[in-house]
Design a protein around this ligand. Structure first.
Ligand SMILES: N[C@@H](CCC(=O)N[C@@H](CS)C(=O)NCC(=O)O)C(=O)O
Length: 338
């Protein structure tokens, strides 16, 4: 008797602790819209097009989640956030999900109490300088002025790198990538440092990209991925498996071009489970049977999102590198759909 009272109290206490943020899946369904935190604008990753429609590689994650949950890839409210405001936006419940080149670190996970559901881009921090400075290594940057976005891992890595190499710098703190670009092009800083993908995306928008060079050093690991609030595992699962669906679909060869045919039933049981013609994975997530199909129809599989937004045939021209499938020597490895 005593034991059951104790257990009952414990259950209530743990529900109260985790409960403040539980229920995001129900909230999103009831609202009919996903509130997705993105950058204030980084071409290729998340930026409004000429018609004001958000597009990009991170935007693709938001749309896939909206499609999985609501059956509608357009049911997204994009909420622009800066390096500084993004975590408050998520913690306060203003957004359901942050999909914004955010690095998975120990303290963001454990101390800020978020849950990174996976990695959609393995990156590292780089440096961009005007070619005419004649600098060929980051170690030659002693005394440089450096444009740096506040509230980022970039700030911390920069301090570590200069300290480790016994050189000094003068930070020029900025809030957004647009501001960084402006300051850098105006010569207010000698160097711009951020995630290498962000540097490539920024340089691609310059009038004369050739006049700027990315230095060879990559000084950190920046595993970038979507995150949700800690303590709402049901919602975390939805976002995690939506990302995994995009990655698995590439591995299994499910594309925008063949998905209609595949969704009629294939002779590969994992494809059938992914697309909902076999098993009950959707039901386990609290979603419809065709959630995976909907997520994939939103913008294609991982490779399609990569190639369309940031790949080698775009001005950003990123190669797959670490972001290739594990079967191609990269780090992308989704757990199985079973
Ligand atoms: N990955 C790093 C840096 C992320 C970051 O803020 N990158 C900048 C430069 S690429 C950005 O996204 N800017 C877009 C914006 O200002 O909204 C972090 O998580 O702290």
């Amino acid at each position: 008797m005593k034991k059951s009272v104790f257990l009952g109290a414990l259950t209530v206490a743990s529900i109260a602790a985790g409960g403040a943020f539980a229920g995001t899946l129900d909230d999103v369904k009831a609202r009919g819209k996903l509130n997705c935190g993105v950058t204030t604008g980084l071409v290729g990753f998340a930026a409004p097009d000429a018609n004001g429609e958000w597009e990009g590689f991170d935007v693709g994650v938001c749309r896939a989640v909206a499609a999985a949950v609501l059956g509608d890839a357009t049911a997204v409210e994009f909420v622009p956030t800066t390096g500084k405001t993004r975590f408050t936006a998520l913690a306060s419940g203003e957004i359901d999900l942050l999909a914004r080149n955010t690095t998975w670190t120990f303290s963001r996970d454990v101390d800020l109490k978020f849950e990174f559901v996976g990695v959609n881009y393995y990156d590292g921090q780089g440096f961009m300088v005007p070619t005419n400075l004649g600098v060929t290594s980051a170690k030659d940057l002693d005394g440089a002025t450096v444009c740096i976005q506040t509230g980022t891992t970039t700030e911390l890595n920069l301090a570590d790198f200069f300290r480790a190499n016994s050189i000094s710098y003068e930070p020029v703190p900025i809030e957004t990538n647009a501001e960084a670009q402006q300051q850098y092009l105006a010569g207010a800083c000698d160097v711009y440092t951020t995630d290498a993908s962000g540097l490539a995306a920024t340089r691609a928008t310059f009038e004369a990209p050739d006049e700027h060079v990315l230095l060879p050093e990559i000084i950190s690991k920046e595993p970038l991925g979507p995150l949700v609030r800690h303590g709402d595992n049901e919602w975390g699962d939805v976002v995690r498996w939506t990302l995994n669906a995009l990655i698995t679909a590439e591995e299994l060869g499910v594309t925008s071009a063949n998905i209609a045919e595949m969704a009629a039933g294939s002779n590969n049981p994992e494809i059938n489970r992914l697309l909902g013609t076999e098993g009950s994975l959707g039901e386990m997530l609290g979603l419809s049977a065709d959630w995976g199909k909907n997520a994939l129809e939103a913008g294609g599989n991982y490779a399609e999102l990569f190639e369309k937004n940031i790949g080698e045939n775009t001005p950003i021209a990123l190669s797959r590198g670490l972001n290739a499938q594990w079967t191609d020597g990269g780090l992308l490895y989704s757990p199985p759909f079973r």
